[in-house]
Design a protein around this ligand. Structure first.
Ligand SMILES: [Zn+2]
Ligand SMILES: [Zn+2]
Length: 300
């Protein structure tokens, strides 16, 4: 099953040096989740051939414009394109009136606003394949990140065993759930002989925007991929603290102490045209770090 992140925008505040505002699409088994929706997000989706129509859940981290100013345009396009499917938007309180005042007519499809509590780590959404939790962050306005955790899948059948014991198709569902199989000559074949465990559930944590906060570590411990903001380099630590952002080095410290498998840095300040110094700084602490690159999917 696919578990793939496409970063649509990796810059903070305003577009610069070919980088765009915060937005990402996570594809988990053809369930598409939009995470933040900065100005220009719908164009970015078209550029990267992301099927915007497949998005039914949008997660907004906080109400700074660089994370949600693309939303109104996207919602309007959905209406113009005859969308009928309900759309669910998760965000800290205050988004609904800002969005609704833009429209003096019905959009033609239902929008459900789910107000979150940014101070709590809670389950926001789940379906058959994934759970989405909030991660409390510390920023200038109420803000949270998001943790996507794949659900454990049933074990896989071993093909050779299906042939060996002539297992009919209609028995496979039960065997996957834990049933044994009884052959025509009444032999009992144990479930564990017929199946192999599915791969370990995968996880992705999105942490933007936030000051350096070790309090998030228990929530993101061991994730396969951590996107953490790295607005500044460490020589601007004072600026980072004042604006409640993080430096590349601090992001790497979080990744290391949380023992994540991979770190992707993003939310870059427009003062940096070349990002390699941020990458080098982070790699001195946490080697498996990459820079957010817009439009190139990261397979988790
Ligand atoms: Zn921001
Ligand atoms: Zn912000």
């Amino acid at each position: 099953m696919k578990f793939e992140l496409t970063i649509l925008g990796s810059n903070s505040a305003s577009p610069a040096f070919g980088r765009h505002l915060s937005s990402q699409v996570l594809n988990i088994g053809q369930n598409f989740f939009l995470i933040d929706c900065g100005d220009g997000t719908q164009n970015r989706m078209m550029n990267f051939k992301v099927k915007a129509t497949k998005i039914n859940q949008i997660f907004i981290s906080h109400l700074h414009g660089d994370h949600f100013f693309g939303l109104v345009g996207l919602l309007m396009s959905y209406g113009l394109n005859n969308r009928k499917e309900p759309l669910h938007i998760y965000s800290p309180p205050g988004l609904k009136p800002i969005v609704e005042i833009q429209f003096n007519h019905e959009l033609g499809y239902p929008i459900f606003f789910h107000e979150t509590n940014p101070e709590k780590h809670v389950l926001l959404f789940e379906n058959t394949s994934v759970k989405v939790f909030s991660i409390p962050l510390v920023h200038r306005v109420p803000c949270h990140g998001f943790l996507f955790v794949e659900k454990r899948r049933p074990p896989n059948m071993i093909k050779e065993k299906i042939l060996e014991y002539q297992i009919p198709f209609n028995k496979i569902k039960d065997i996957k759930k834990g049933a044994n199989f009884i052959t025509k000559d009444q032999r009992v074949i144990l479930h564990k002989e017929l199946t192999k465990p599915a791969s370990e559930p995968r996880s992705f944590a999105y942490c933007s925007d936030t000051e350096f906060s070790k309090e998030i570590i228990p929530f993101i411990s061991g994730v396969d991929l951590l996107y953490h903001e790295a607005t500044f380099m460490h020589d601007l630590l004072e600026m980072a603290s004042k604006t409640k952002h993080t430096t590349a080095k601090q992001a790497a410290i979080i990744a290391k102490e949380a023992a994540v498998k991979k770190l992707v840095l993003g939310h870059f300040s427009s003062r940096y045209s070349d990002l390699t110094p941020l990458l080098s700084e982070a790699r001195t602490v946490f080697e498996n770090t990459i820079l957010a690159t817009e439009g190139i999917p990261i397979v988790i």
